[in-house]
Design a protein. Structure first.
Length: 327
């Protein structure tokens, strides 16, 4: 990063550094997709010990406490507008996670992980709606390929669509909106401070909802293993992934982010296979290959546009200095 700053006025080197930044950011989001994939199963298991809203409240309270201990000093540089935007993002996160946790009560973790991953095909359309232009055609094709692979992996004969699956679809829409909002806001303000504000405000909304809708849990009846599971989802499925996502999306196009974060579904399935909860079969392998092609296509996006002399070969991110807020 220091080298990037030192060479910021050198055209060709700057372009190379920009591509490296995008690749590094995409690699970081690829990694956190693994953590998020593991979160579906652990959260589903924790619902045996906590009511839905209190589970989310405990998870986000612990996550917010960790972030405030580490980064509270960064909040002093935020203006009132930044705080309001961060709270808006937190409210969106609150609605998304309510759909996630209530949906898990009525459907399975594996099914929800695949339905939630369908946000990848929603992002290009929402991007076009909000910014009045389509993302690159290559990245959009990659998004559709990834979605096709997810459908192949998830399809089973006689599968039904219940209320939990509907909430999982709402979750997918919320994730798509969140990806777009994080991408824009992380280029306008300190991404780490934005992470703290969005999780803290989401915690307030969750706490108020838990107090209003659910009885206070009996803490003494919660097994020690469940408390360890709560720490796991707070640290490895919340604090680390949200920090990485918010910082990484400062440098990565929204469609790239959506494709990579949608891998939480396949990773969740792979983890289930590894611990003996699912069985690997040829349908899953085929879907995985199609998803991999979509990911590769998205990652080769900038290179292919340059090689084919397509418009938009340079990286301009909406909300950034290069792209402007309405780019």
């Amino acid at each position: 990063m220091v080298c990037c700053i030192r060479t910021i006025t050198e055209g060709s080197v700057l372009e190379l550094d920009e591509r490296k930044r995008v690749l590094l950011a995409d690699g970081a989001m690829f990694t956190i997709a693994i953590f998020w994939g593991s979160g579906f199963g652990v959260t589903s298991w924790l619902l045996g010990f906590f009511s839905p809203m209190w589970l989310l409240t405990a998870r986000f309270m612990l996550s917010t406490a960790i972030l405030l201990v580490l980064f509270r000093k960064r909040l002093r540089f935020l203006g009132r507008r930044d705080i309001l935007l961060g709270c808006f993002l937190g409210f969106l996160l609150f609605l998304t996670f309510v759909a996630h946790i209530i949906g898990l009560v009525f459907t399975t973790a594996g099914k929800q992980s695949f339905i939630a991953s369908s946000n990848v095909v929603m992002v290009p359309f929402l991007f076009a709606l909000f910014y009045r232009r389509w993302p690159s055609k290559i990245a959009t094709v990659g998004a559709f390929l990834t979605t096709a692979g997810l459908l192949v992996m998830a399809f089973t004969p006689g599968m039904t669509f219940n209320f939990g699956d509907f909430l999982s679809l709402v979750l997918a829409f919320g994730i798509a909106l969140h990806v777009l909002a994080v991408g824009n806001l992380s280029r306008r303000m300190d991404p780490i401070a934005l992470t703290v504000i969005q999780l803290a405000s989401a915690t307030v909304f969750l706490l108020a909802s838990a107090i209003f809708f659910e009885p206070f849990p009996d803490v003494s009846a919660i097994a020690p293993a469940a408390l360890l599971g709560l720490v796991y989802v707070a640290v490895f499925v919340t604090v680390i992934p949200f920090l990485v996502q918010t910082v990484a999306q400062r440098f990565s196009p929204e469609v790239h982010a959506a494709i990579l974060l949608s891998l939480e579904g396949p990773f969740g399935y792979v983890i289930a296979v590894m611990i003996g909860q699912e069985v690997l079969n040829s349908q899953v392998v085929l879907g995985g290959v199609i998803i991999l092609l979509g990911v590769i296509l998205a990652e080769c996006d900038t290179f292919l546009r340059r090689a084919l002399h397509l418009p938009g070969a340079d990286v301009h991110l909406p909300g950034s200095a290069e792209g402007g807020p309405d780019a």
